[in-house]
Design a protein around this ligand. Sequence first.
Ligand code: B12
Length: 167
Amino acid sequence: MITSSFTAPEEREKLFRAKKSLTILLTSISSDSHTWNLVFLQLLMEFYGHNVINLGCCVPDEEILDKCKMRKPDLVVVSTVNGHGYIEGNRLIKSIKNDTELRNIPIVIGGKIGIDGTNNNKHFSELMRSGFNAVFDDSGGITEFQKYITGLQTAISSNKRLGFSRG
Ligand code: B12
């Protein structure tokens, strides 16, 4: 389960020192009707000063692609907890990577990726192979996600492109 470690002062300090706020497109997958995960993530990322576009739950793949083209986010965050994430996440990332306009946008997925609790990590390598820059299972806490965003923010500030995997 996620702990309350998101208040880690050193991570927050680093973010405040970083130069650029990110525009982050937050979405769920098409079948997933859970919403509090999205509310939590939106509040967390806004707390760190980012602009969050929350598409909500049950978003069709085509709409995610369209909104990415329209809003040109620095990062796409896919949150899913209903257990279908490893299937629909795979489908979504393949569509994004097949689109020349979108394939360089960093995109991460997290939550309850499958239905096997802590064994959901068996799905991570396939999701990474398909093109996600990082996979965050909710059993791992939120700190790695915060570090990823800090790293991306620093890289964008210095015009570099990053491809993180979960440590
Ligand atoms: C409320 C709830 C519902 C409500 C949702 C209402 C709503 N508007 O949101 C309703 C009744 C609709 C519902 C339906 C279903 N649910 Co439900 N639901 C829950 C419940 C009880 C709480 C979820 C919640 O709101 N948590 C609060 C939020 C803040 O926390 P969270 O969702 O866990 O998200 C955290 C982390 O996952 C993480 N996180 C999430 N995404 C991301 C992304 C990134 C990048 C990162 C870093 C972290 C991260 O951060 C969040 C904060 O800590 C959970 C059980 C539970 N106690 O967790 C089951 C649960 C999520 N549901 C479950 C299931 C199976 C279903 C149904 C399939 C049931 C059914 N047979 O119909 C349907 C699916 C509907 C659908 N189409 O998606 C399962 C999922 C099983 C799995 N994945 O292993 C759970 C875990 C219950 C269980 N133990 O079996 N559900």
